[in-house]
Design a protein around this ligand. Structure first.
Ligand SMILES: [Zn+2]
Length: 275
């Protein structure tokens, strides 16, 4: 079952979950949602691949397709992770080059420009492929990269009219670092544009509504969901698979199948306007 915007909120000052609060009008499918005509949207991608995976439909036919420009910022631009090669440190230059080439292809296909920051992704910096080291419960705010990433977000926010960041769904540490840093930046009262949190795929595809709201609630913000595309189309999913051959495995394919089966759209979560 897909949630409808305006029916659900997550968060609050004490991090509690406020679900089922009735709100504004529901958005409609087919690319409705935020009005982005004439606006430049800066979209933060923890890794190469996260933006087309999470917002590919929006880029092709949804809200982001209406934006004047989409600028993608890849945070953890040094990587040794692929589904094809064991991730040794020595392979990082090779795999980074490969993934950068995939992103170049995706940027052309999905219509954005991208820039890459030089942070190492978690498997490269820890040398561990143990799921506990990258999907565990470490506090993202305690990570050494939390402050440097926050600085980047502040800088990137000024480069566009809106800043879209991952919500950190699925517990991947790199995603949570970006999401937690962004949650700090939301309240900067210095006249920069709004911040919105997009649902991280493939992880979000495996969460039920309660889990999803619970994880969003950990950001400690009062947020509401807005559709930014119609249902994700098989052709969009195929384009993603073609662009990111180094990353696609059975987990990604199962996530795509779930999205198709449930007719899910892509969504962002925005701070609830104060009355
Ligand atoms: Zn990622």
């Amino acid at each position: 079952m897909a949630l409808r915007a305006g029916r659900l909120r997550a968060g609050g000052d004490d991090g509690r979950i406020i679900a089922g609060v009735s709100g504004g009008p529901e958005t409609t499918a087919g690319g409705a949602g935020p009005e982005l005509a004439g606006r430049t949207v800066v979209v933060v991608s923890p890794h190469f691949d996260d933006v087309p995976l999470s917002l590919g439909q929006s880029l092709l036919t949804g809200a982001l397709s209406q934006a004047a420009a989409v600028r993608v910022k890849v945070v953890f631009g040094r990587t040794n992770w692929s589904v094809r090669l064991y991730p040794t440190r020595r392979r990082a230059p090779l795999v980074t080059g490969w993934r950068r080439a995939e992103e170049t292809l995706a940027a052309r296909r999905f219509g954005y420009r991208f820039e890459v920051a030089p942070f190492e992704e978690v498997i490269l910096r820890t040398g561990s492929t143990d799921a506990e080291s990258y999907r565990g419960d470490h506090e993202a705010r305690d990570d050494a990269l939390f402050l440097p990433v926050m600085q980047r977000l502040r800088q990137w926010r000024r480069e566009g009219d809106e800043l879209w960041v991952p919500a950190g769904l699925g517990r991947h540490l790199d995603h949570r670092i970006v999401a937690a840093a962004a949650a700090q930046v939301v309240g900067d009262g210095d006249g920069t544009g709004p911040v919105a949190f997009y649902e991280d795929r493939p992880y979000a595809s495996f969460l039920d509504d309660a889990e999803l709201v619970g994880q969003i609630g950990r950001l400690g913000l009062e947020l509401e969901p807005v559709d930014v595309s119609g249902p994700i189309a098989p052709s969009t999913q195929e384009a993603v698979r073609r662009c990111y051959r180094s990353q696609i495995d059975g987990y990604f394919e199962a996530a795509q199948q779930r999205d198709l089966d449930e007719g899910r759209p892509e969504r962002i979560w925005r701070p609830v306007p104060r009355p």
